[in-house]
Ligand binder design. Structure first.
Ligand SMILES: Nc1ncnc2c1ncn2[C@@H]1O[C@H](COP(=O)(O)OP(=O)(O)OP(=O)(O)O)[C@@H](O)[C@H]1O
Length: 273
Protein backbone atom coordinates (compact mmCIF):
# COMPACT_ATOMS: atom_id res chain seq x y z
CA UNK A 1 0.00 0.00 0.00
CA UNK A 2 1.40 3.40 -0.89
CA UNK A 3 1.26 6.21 1.64
CA UNK A 4 1.02 9.97 1.08
CA UNK A 5 4.25 10.51 3.05
CA UNK A 6 6.61 7.71 3.98
CA UNK A 7 10.11 7.28 5.35
CA UNK A 8 11.81 3.97 4.60
CA UNK A 9 15.07 2.76 6.17
CA UNK A 10 16.52 6.25 6.57
CA UNK A 11 20.07 6.47 7.89
CA UNK A 12 21.66 9.87 8.47
CA UNK A 13 25.14 10.43 9.94
CA UNK A 14 27.34 13.32 10.93
CA UNK A 15 31.05 13.17 10.19
CA UNK A 16 33.49 14.92 12.47
CA UNK A 17 37.13 14.60 13.47
CA UNK A 18 35.93 12.02 16.03
CA UNK A 19 34.54 9.88 13.21
CA UNK A 20 31.11 9.04 11.88
CA UNK A 21 28.14 9.32 14.24
CA UNK A 22 24.75 7.88 13.35
CA UNK A 23 22.04 10.48 14.06
CA UNK A 24 18.93 8.95 12.46
CA UNK A 25 18.04 5.31 11.87
CA UNK A 26 14.33 5.22 11.04
CA UNK A 27 12.94 1.93 9.67
CA UNK A 28 9.50 3.20 8.78
CA UNK A 29 7.14 6.12 9.31
CA UNK A 30 4.00 6.78 7.28
CA UNK A 31 1.54 9.68 7.36
CA UNK A 32 -1.75 9.61 5.50
CA UNK A 33 -3.12 12.66 3.70
CA UNK A 34 -4.91 15.12 5.97
CA UNK A 35 -3.56 13.57 9.19
CA UNK A 36 -1.30 15.00 11.89
CA UNK A 37 1.59 12.86 13.09
CA UNK A 38 3.38 13.88 16.30
CA UNK A 39 7.07 13.06 16.61
CA UNK A 40 8.24 13.33 20.21
CA UNK A 41 11.81 13.12 21.38
CA UNK A 42 14.18 14.69 23.86
CA UNK A 43 16.71 17.34 22.92
CA UNK A 44 19.35 15.89 20.60
CA UNK A 45 17.23 12.91 19.48
CA UNK A 46 17.37 14.05 15.84
CA UNK A 47 14.04 15.84 15.30
CA UNK A 48 15.46 18.90 13.55
CA UNK A 49 17.91 16.83 11.50
CA UNK A 50 14.91 14.82 10.25
CA UNK A 51 12.97 17.96 9.29
CA UNK A 52 15.99 19.32 7.39
CA UNK A 53 16.56 15.96 5.68
CA UNK A 54 12.95 15.87 4.42
CA UNK A 55 13.40 19.30 2.83
CA UNK A 56 16.85 18.43 1.51
CA UNK A 57 18.33 21.27 3.58
CA UNK A 58 20.80 19.19 5.59
CA UNK A 59 24.33 20.47 5.11
CA UNK A 60 26.32 17.68 3.48
CA UNK A 61 29.06 17.56 4.78
CA UNK A 62 29.15 17.34 7.77
CA UNK A 63 25.79 15.52 7.39
CA UNK A 64 25.53 12.39 5.24
CA UNK A 65 22.42 10.58 4.06
CA UNK A 66 23.74 7.02 3.99
CA UNK A 67 20.56 5.24 2.90
CA UNK A 68 16.80 5.37 2.69
CA UNK A 69 13.84 6.90 0.94
CA UNK A 70 11.56 9.81 1.79
CA UNK A 71 8.49 9.39 -0.37
CA UNK A 72 6.10 12.31 -0.84
CA UNK A 73 3.19 11.97 -3.24
CA UNK A 74 4.84 8.94 -4.84
CA UNK A 75 8.26 10.58 -5.40
CA UNK A 76 11.46 9.86 -3.49
CA UNK A 77 12.65 13.32 -2.38
CA UNK A 78 16.14 12.01 -1.66
CA UNK A 79 16.62 11.27 -5.39
CA UNK A 80 15.68 14.74 -6.50
CA UNK A 81 17.81 17.59 -7.80
CA UNK A 82 17.89 20.99 -6.08
CA UNK A 83 15.73 22.51 -8.87
CA UNK A 84 12.95 20.00 -8.08
CA UNK A 85 13.22 20.69 -4.33
CA UNK A 86 12.96 24.43 -4.97
CA UNK A 87 9.60 23.78 -6.58
CA UNK A 88 8.52 21.67 -3.58
CA UNK A 89 9.72 23.90 -0.72
CA UNK A 90 7.14 26.49 0.26
CA UNK A 91 4.74 25.45 -2.49
CA UNK A 92 4.09 21.82 -1.50
CA UNK A 93 5.95 21.37 1.80
CA UNK A 94 6.45 24.23 4.26
CA UNK A 95 8.20 24.40 7.58
CA UNK A 96 7.30 26.31 10.73
CA UNK A 97 10.40 26.80 12.87
CA UNK A 98 10.44 27.01 16.67
CA UNK A 99 11.91 30.53 16.77
CA UNK A 100 9.93 33.01 14.62
CA UNK A 101 12.67 35.64 14.99
CA UNK A 102 15.11 33.37 13.15
CA UNK A 103 12.69 33.29 10.19
CA UNK A 104 11.60 36.94 10.22
CA UNK A 105 13.93 39.71 9.12
CA UNK A 106 13.94 42.50 11.75
CA UNK A 107 14.47 45.30 9.24
CA UNK A 108 11.43 44.66 7.02
CA UNK A 109 7.75 45.01 7.88
CA UNK A 110 5.58 41.92 8.24
CA UNK A 111 3.70 42.94 5.07
CA UNK A 112 6.90 43.27 3.01
CA UNK A 113 8.11 39.84 4.12
CA UNK A 114 4.80 38.10 3.59
CA UNK A 115 4.31 39.70 0.16
CA UNK A 116 7.86 38.73 -0.90
CA UNK A 117 7.22 35.10 0.03
CA UNK A 118 3.95 35.11 -1.94
CA UNK A 119 5.46 36.80 -5.02
CA UNK A 120 8.49 34.47 -4.91
CA UNK A 121 6.42 31.29 -4.75
CA UNK A 122 3.45 32.20 -6.91
CA UNK A 123 3.23 33.75 -10.34
CA UNK A 124 1.19 36.74 -9.21
CA UNK A 125 1.84 40.48 -9.19
CA UNK A 126 2.37 42.72 -6.19
CA UNK A 127 -1.26 43.94 -5.95
CA UNK A 128 -2.64 40.40 -5.89
CA UNK A 129 0.07 39.41 -3.38
CA UNK A 130 -0.95 42.29 -1.09
CA UNK A 131 -4.56 41.07 -1.17
CA UNK A 132 -3.40 37.52 -0.46
CA UNK A 133 -1.25 38.76 2.47
CA UNK A 134 -4.31 40.43 4.03
CA UNK A 135 -6.31 37.22 3.61
CA UNK A 136 -3.52 35.22 5.27
CA UNK A 137 -3.40 37.59 8.29
CA UNK A 138 -7.14 37.10 8.70
CA UNK A 139 -6.80 33.33 8.27
CA UNK A 140 -4.42 33.11 11.25
CA UNK A 141 -6.88 35.24 13.26
CA UNK A 142 -4.72 38.30 13.84
CA UNK A 143 -6.68 41.51 14.40
CA UNK A 144 -6.57 44.63 12.19
CA UNK A 145 -4.89 42.93 9.22
CA UNK A 146 -4.02 46.18 7.36
CA UNK A 147 -2.25 47.62 10.38
CA UNK A 148 -0.54 44.30 11.14
CA UNK A 149 1.15 44.36 7.71
CA UNK A 150 2.78 47.71 8.55
CA UNK A 151 4.41 46.45 11.75
CA UNK A 152 7.97 45.28 12.27
CA UNK A 153 8.60 41.87 13.91
CA UNK A 154 9.76 43.43 17.22
CA UNK A 155 6.38 45.20 17.57
CA UNK A 156 4.57 41.85 17.79
CA UNK A 157 4.28 39.43 20.72
CA UNK A 158 5.83 35.95 20.47
CA UNK A 159 2.44 34.38 19.77
CA UNK A 160 1.60 36.96 17.07
CA UNK A 161 4.97 36.36 15.41
CA UNK A 162 4.33 32.63 15.35
CA UNK A 163 0.92 33.29 13.72
CA UNK A 164 2.74 35.28 11.01
CA UNK A 165 5.10 32.33 10.44
CA UNK A 166 2.09 30.03 10.11
CA UNK A 167 0.55 32.49 7.61
CA UNK A 168 3.80 32.46 5.60
CA UNK A 169 3.94 28.66 5.64
CA UNK A 170 0.40 28.41 4.31
CA UNK A 171 0.47 31.41 1.97
CA UNK A 172 1.57 29.48 -1.08
CA UNK A 173 -0.83 26.59 -0.73
CA UNK A 174 1.53 24.07 0.88
CA UNK A 175 -0.25 20.78 1.51
CA UNK A 176 2.30 19.29 3.93
CA UNK A 177 3.53 21.27 6.95
CA UNK A 178 6.49 20.37 9.14
CA UNK A 179 6.01 22.19 12.44
CA UNK A 180 9.28 22.01 14.39
CA UNK A 181 8.25 22.73 18.01
CA UNK A 182 6.31 25.87 17.03
CA UNK A 183 5.24 26.57 20.62
CA UNK A 184 8.50 25.82 22.42
CA UNK A 185 9.32 29.37 23.50
CA UNK A 186 5.78 30.50 24.25
CA UNK A 187 3.81 30.85 27.50
CA UNK A 188 1.40 28.01 28.20
CA UNK A 189 -1.77 30.00 27.39
CA UNK A 190 -0.29 31.34 24.13
CA UNK A 191 0.88 27.80 23.34
CA UNK A 192 -2.71 26.52 23.63
CA UNK A 193 -3.94 29.22 21.21
CA UNK A 194 -1.31 28.35 18.60
CA UNK A 195 -2.05 24.61 18.87
CA UNK A 196 -5.76 25.32 18.45
CA UNK A 197 -5.04 27.46 15.39
CA UNK A 198 -2.85 24.78 13.76
CA UNK A 199 -5.56 22.17 14.38
CA UNK A 200 -8.31 24.42 12.95
CA UNK A 201 -6.27 25.31 9.86
CA UNK A 202 -5.27 21.68 9.35
CA UNK A 203 -8.96 20.71 9.28
CA UNK A 204 -10.09 23.70 7.22
CA UNK A 205 -7.36 23.43 4.57
CA UNK A 206 -6.99 19.64 4.79
CA UNK A 207 -3.21 19.86 5.14
CA UNK A 208 -1.05 17.05 6.44
CA UNK A 209 1.17 17.90 9.42
CA UNK A 210 4.35 16.44 10.89
CA UNK A 211 4.30 18.00 14.35
CA UNK A 212 7.67 17.80 16.10
CA UNK A 213 7.83 18.28 19.89
CA UNK A 214 9.88 17.44 22.92
CA UNK A 215 6.84 17.73 25.17
CA UNK A 216 4.43 14.78 24.85
CA UNK A 217 1.63 16.65 26.65
CA UNK A 218 1.10 18.77 23.49
CA UNK A 219 0.39 15.73 21.32
CA UNK A 220 -3.20 14.70 22.23
CA UNK A 221 -4.57 18.18 21.45
CA UNK A 222 -3.40 18.13 17.88
CA UNK A 223 -2.22 14.73 16.60
CA UNK A 224 -3.90 11.61 15.22
CA UNK A 225 -0.82 9.43 15.68
CA UNK A 226 2.44 9.69 17.55
CA UNK A 227 5.97 8.30 17.23
CA UNK A 228 8.62 8.36 19.95
CA UNK A 229 12.11 9.24 18.73
CA UNK A 230 14.97 8.06 20.94
CA UNK A 231 18.58 8.43 19.88
CA UNK A 232 17.52 8.70 16.23
CA UNK A 233 15.25 5.65 16.25
CA UNK A 234 11.45 5.49 16.39
CA UNK A 235 11.10 3.14 19.33
CA UNK A 236 7.31 3.17 19.47
CA UNK A 237 4.51 4.51 17.27
CA UNK A 238 0.75 4.27 16.89
CA UNK A 239 -2.48 5.90 18.03
CA UNK A 240 -2.41 8.45 20.84
CA UNK A 241 -4.17 6.18 23.34
CA UNK A 242 -2.06 3.18 22.44
CA UNK A 243 1.29 4.96 22.85
CA UNK A 244 0.67 7.64 25.47
CA UNK A 245 -1.78 5.76 27.73
CA UNK A 246 -0.32 2.31 27.34
CA UNK A 247 3.36 2.75 26.47
CA UNK A 248 5.46 -0.37 25.96
CA UNK A 249 9.00 0.86 25.35
CA UNK A 250 11.06 1.62 28.50
CA UNK A 251 12.05 5.04 27.11
CA UNK A 252 8.42 6.06 26.50
CA UNK A 253 7.48 4.91 30.00
CA UNK A 254 10.38 6.83 31.57
CA UNK A 255 9.57 9.95 29.51
CA UNK A 256 5.91 9.91 30.55
CA UNK A 257 6.78 9.23 34.18
CA UNK A 258 9.01 12.30 34.17
CA UNK A 259 6.00 14.58 33.52
CA UNK A 260 4.38 15.96 36.70
CA UNK A 261 1.03 14.19 37.26
CA UNK A 262 -1.07 17.38 36.98
CA UNK A 263 0.38 18.12 33.52
CA UNK A 264 -0.18 14.50 32.40
CA UNK A 265 -3.87 14.77 33.22
CA UNK A 266 -4.22 18.20 31.61
CA UNK A 267 -2.51 17.01 28.44
CA UNK A 268 -4.41 13.72 28.41
CA UNK A 269 -1.33 11.53 28.54
CA UNK A 270 -1.84 9.83 31.90
CA UNK A 271 -1.02 6.15 31.96
CA UNK A 272 -0.71 3.34 34.49
CA UNK A 273 2.63 3.64 36.30
N1 LIG B 1 25.93 20.40 12.04
C1 LIG B 1 26.08 19.39 12.90
N2 LIG B 1 27.26 18.76 13.04
C2 LIG B 1 27.39 17.71 13.87
N3 LIG B 1 26.40 17.20 14.62
C3 LIG B 1 25.20 17.79 14.53
C4 LIG B 1 24.96 18.90 13.67
N4 LIG B 1 23.64 19.25 13.79
C5 LIG B 1 23.10 18.40 14.67
N5 LIG B 1 24.04 17.51 15.10
C6 LIG B 1 23.81 16.44 16.09
O1 LIG B 1 22.68 15.69 15.67
C7 LIG B 1 21.96 15.25 16.81
C8 LIG B 1 20.50 15.59 16.64
O2 LIG B 1 20.35 17.00 16.65
P1 LIG B 1 18.94 17.71 16.43
O3 LIG B 1 19.17 19.17 16.37
O4 LIG B 1 18.24 17.07 15.29
O5 LIG B 1 18.18 17.32 17.78
P2 LIG B 1 16.72 17.76 18.24
O6 LIG B 1 16.01 16.52 18.61
O7 LIG B 1 16.07 18.62 17.20
O8 LIG B 1 17.05 18.63 19.53
P3 LIG B 1 16.32 19.92 20.12
O9 LIG B 1 15.02 19.42 20.70
O10 LIG B 1 17.26 20.43 21.16
O11 LIG B 1 16.10 20.91 18.99
C9 LIG B 1 22.60 15.88 18.03
O12 LIG B 1 23.42 14.92 18.65
C10 LIG B 1 23.43 16.99 17.45
O13 LIG B 1 24.57 17.22 18.24
Amino acid sequence: MSHYFEIQNLKVNFNSYEGKKNILDIDHLAIEKGKTFGLVGESGSGKTVLALTILNLLSQPPGEIEAGKIIFNGENLLDKKESFMQRIRGKKISMIFQDPMSTLNPVFTIGEQLIRVIVHNQTIGRKAAEKKALEMIELVKLPDAKNMLKKYPHELSGGQRQRIIIAMALSCGAEFIIADEPTRNLDVTIQAGILKLIKELQRELQVTVLFIANNPTLIPAICDEVGILFEGKIVEKGGIKEVLHNPKHPYTIAMLNAIPKSKQEKGGVSHQR
